[in-house]
Design a binder for this molecule. Structure first.
Ligand SMILES: [Zn+2]
Length: 306
């Protein structure tokens, strides 16, 4: 098994451990972005909320034990019913409360691949442990391929399927009139990005998604990242440029004939480890291996000379 696939499993395990933490003392904090759009922080992925007379639309729902607290925090903003719950992707720190919100009558919406993967069991390649499908109540009941739009509370909400990057079911949520975006984990703050190979992620796809997102942002856009504080286009651009720098250095090393296992010792991520190495799940030396393996897999195969 490749080291990067192993890393994916370690990180998924960490997410599951986090899901089992005691959340009793945790507070869910709503942060106002516009008159009717809020960001909620707690544990797990950031939540986006659109409220108004026509009901509430929420984006992501963190972990199941937090659902009542999240619902309570949303109701302090607006007492209306939660009509729609969008999952930006499959991970449990963004979709863990699906069952609970379905029982509150929310309609769960996600990309086709999120439902596909939730419906099936998966097998851990190391331990061979079988993870059963998610409870049927967690499955999205409305799914889509490339795009979907909502029109409520005088807002247009566009869901845009991005390239397979963080996972293969990544969706960018664009509140068009408000110029607010929820990126899911296709943009996060404070660490190296997690490319989840076990759910169809890809590093080069991750960069393609960031470029697509940047093409939709302007200097007034407000960006709810998958994790971390509210951001701007400049923050997304800096993040993307760091990843491009790492990619270019790894690609140059491979071109010179370096092997994948030689890349971590080259110090490519030393300057980024200062910020990203401290808090993130993913370590710089592991990240460059993932980048190198991804680039190698995509290199053109040389024709065999006859
Ligand atoms: Zn994720």
């Amino acid at each position: 098994m490749k080291k990067t696939a192993f890393l994916s499993l370690v990180i998924l395990f960490s997410i599951q451990v986090l899901a089992q933490q005691n959340f009793d003392t945790l507070r869910i904090r709503p942060q106002k972005i516009t008159d009717n759009i809020y960001m909620l922080k707690g544990a797990g992925g950031n939540i986006g909320v659109l409220v108004g007379k026509e009901g509430t639309l929420m984006v992501d729902d963190q972990f199941a034990p937090l659902s009542n607290k999240i619902n309570g925090a949303i109701k302090t903003i607006d007492p209306g019913e939660i009509r729609f719950l969008i999952n930006t992707h499959i991970h449990g720190d963004h979709s863990g409360g699906n069952e609970n919100f379905k029982r509150m009558d929310a309609t769960i919406v996600a990309h086709d691949q999120v439902r596909e993967r939730m419906m099936k069991e998966s097998v851990n390649p190391i331990s061979k442990k079988v993870t059963p499908p998610r409870d049927k109540d967690a499955w999205p009941v409305v799914t889509f391929g490339d795009r979907m739009s909502f029109h409520l509370n005088d807002e247009d909400v566009e869901l845009i399927h991005l390239s397979p990057g963080h996972t293969d079911g990544d969706v960018l949520v664009h509140f068009v009139k408000a110029n607010v975006f929820h990126t899911g984990d296709t943009f996060t703050r404070g660490g190296y990005p997690f490319v989840d190979l076990t759910t169809g992620g890809s590093f080069t796809g991750y960069l393609t998604s960031l470029d697509k997102t940047l093409s939709l942002l302007d200097d007034n856009s407000k960006v709810i990242p998958g994790h971390g504080e509210l951001a701007t286009k400049a923050d997304v651009k800096i993040f993307r440029d760091k990843l491009v720098d790492i990619r270019d250095q790894v690609a140059a090393a491979l071109k010179k004939g370096k092997k994948v296992e030689d890349i971590p010792a080259m110090g490519i991520t030393d300057k980024y480890d200062v910020d990203w190495g401290k808090n993130g799940f993913v370590k710089g030396k592991d990240f460059v291996v993932l980048v190198a393996e991804n680039l190698k897999a995509e290199m053109p195969v040389k024709p065999v000379k006859k």
